[in-house]
Design a protein around this ligand. Structure first.
Ligand SMILES: [Zn+2]
Length: 348
């Protein structure tokens, strides 16, 4: 009830303002004559600290909306700020539009305030005003979100101009909204080319990030080369230093792994060599034993002569002088002779 009363009061005040505005307007557009200038002198100067109640109708762009003031629909530009253009479909224009609508639709106490630099009359088809949402400005809220930037226009109200500056500086510092896209905010305008370049670089950075993650999870020469190629696709001045460090780590891991693999291969080669050597030695030993056995066999089968009644010697040669005095000789195998305790003749 109290609120309604105050709104009514404001409306009455605003009506007075509008009446003043209208009369001032007709005077301003009229050619300057000495007669009218004398009337101007008697007119009280406009109070730029005054706030005028307004009702939100619709946002016609991201920088302008229609309000009802004193029962009349009036177009109002948001003084001091500039948002991405919705008609040009500039990046973040949809977000800015959503924010403007949300702020204005949810505000239950909207007031307009003029700035002397822009005047209190319609210029270029619209009023220019600070838009109060309760005790905060729509302008500072938009600037703080980074969905609007300072328009670069000079404002007379230094206190409000300062609060706009502060909101903008904060947004820039925290990379909010448009500030997140390196180069998109270009002075008092938006640079779509810079935004696109930023997005392209971002895609390249993301691709490199993915390739590096892959190489970290599976460090091989191939994945390392892929990570390197993805990293080098990023323009030199946009390459994240963290990427370089991570690639260097993967490189170390790959080199360590390759060195270990080489050592393992060398060890396997040596082991195989040893195995072949041992196999050859075993084969030779077996051959030697077989030959020895064959020789032994042959030797055992060899026939010798013994003289059973004279001596305990065996002789390979039946004409050996050790047998000259023997009465009789017997032929037997060397094995048999040895088994019977015969030993080799000393003359042979
Ligand atoms: Zn003999």
């Amino acid at each position: 009830m109290k609120k309604r009363l105050s709104t009514m009061l404001l409306t009455v005040l605003s009506l007075t303002t509008l009446a003043l505005t209208t009369s001032a307007c007709s005077k301003d557009t009229a050619p300057e004559k000495p007669a009218t200038s004398s009337v101007k002198k008697t007119k009280p100067s406009f109070n730029y600290d005054k706030k005028i109640a307004a009702e939100f109708v619709e946002a016609t762009s991201n920088d302008q909306a229609t309000f009802i003031v004193d029962g009349k629909k009036v177009p109002v530009k948001f003084i001091g700020i500039y948002s991405p253009s919705l008609t040009q479909d500039q990046p973040l224009s949809k977000e800015a539009n959503q924010k403007v609508n949300e702020l204005l639709k949810n505000a239950d106490d909207i007031q307009l305030q003029f700035d002397k630099s822009y005047g209190h009359q319609i210029k270029d088809g619209a009023y220019s005003a600070y838009v109060w949402l309760g005790n905060e400005l729509l302008q500072t809220k938009m600037l703080a979100s980074g969905l609007a930037i300072l328009s670069g226009h000079t404002l007379t109200n230094s206190k409000l101009a300062q609060s706009l500056e502060t909101a903008s500086t904060q947004a820039k510092k925290s990379n909010a909204g448009a500030w997140a896209f390196d180069g998109y905010v270009d002075g008092a305008t938006f640079n779509v080319t810079a935004y696109q370049a930023y997005q392209k670089n971002q895609e390249l950075i993301n691709a490199a990030e993915q390739a590096i993650k892959n190489a970290e999870a599976n460090p091989t020469r191939d994945t390392l080369n892929q990570a390197n190629a993805a990293y080098e696709a990023i323009p030199v001045d946009k390459r994240p230093s963290a990427h370089q460090k991570r690639i260097a780590q993967v490189n170390t891991a790959v080199e360590t792994k390759e060195a270990q693999e080489r050592q393992a291969q060398e060890a396997a080669r040596k082991a195989e060599e040893e195995r072949k050597k041992a196999e050859e030695a075993a084969r030779l030993e077996q051959q030697r034993l077989a030959e020895q056995q064959a020789a032994q066999q042959q030797q055992n089968q060899q026939m010798v002569w013994i003289a059973p009644q004279s001596g305990r010697r065996y002789h390979f040669d039946p004409t050996c002088r050790g047998l000259r005095r023997a009465n009789s000789t017997v032929q037997m195998t060397l094995q048999e002779a040895q088994a019977q305790g015969y030993t080799h003749c000393g003359y042979e």
